[in-house]
Design a protein around this ligand. Structure first.
Ligand code: FES
Length: 104
């Protein structure tokens, strides 16, 4: 298993915010919660797959911009429908001022 680079830390989202990155053929959402980074799918698992970087992050709760499903970005847990699946989470590490996710 290898590591895939998501971004350099200097372009990572500031605390309390979200940003989407293309990583190979993956669309990865990076959330910064009090300086700790969490990586999830950047597409909502509900119909259509809204771009979650356009959603709202309050604390650890991400609200989808289209139909307002809610997910906990720290572990992807679905908190509120209409989505019916958790948000996919990618374990990440920070090394040498870069964020990486584990490749499959
Ligand atoms: S696309 Fe996210 S709740 Fe519908």
């Amino acid at each position: 298993m290898g590591l895939l680079k998501v971004c350099d830390l200097d372009v990572a989202p500031p605390s309390g915010s979200l940003k989407e990155f293309k990583v190979g053929n993956l669309e990865i959402l990076v959330s910064n919660i009090d300086g700790k980074f969490f990586c999830t799918s950047a597409r909502c698992p509900h119909a259509g797959g809204a771009p979650l970087s356009e959603g709202t992050l309050i604390g650890t709760v991400l609200t989808c911009p289209w139909h307002e499903a809610q997910f906990r970005v720290t572990d992807g847990l679905l908190l509120r429908g209409p989505a019916t699946e958790n948000l996919r989470v990618y374990e990440n590490i920070v090394r040498e001022n870069q964020i990486f996710i584990e490749a499959e």
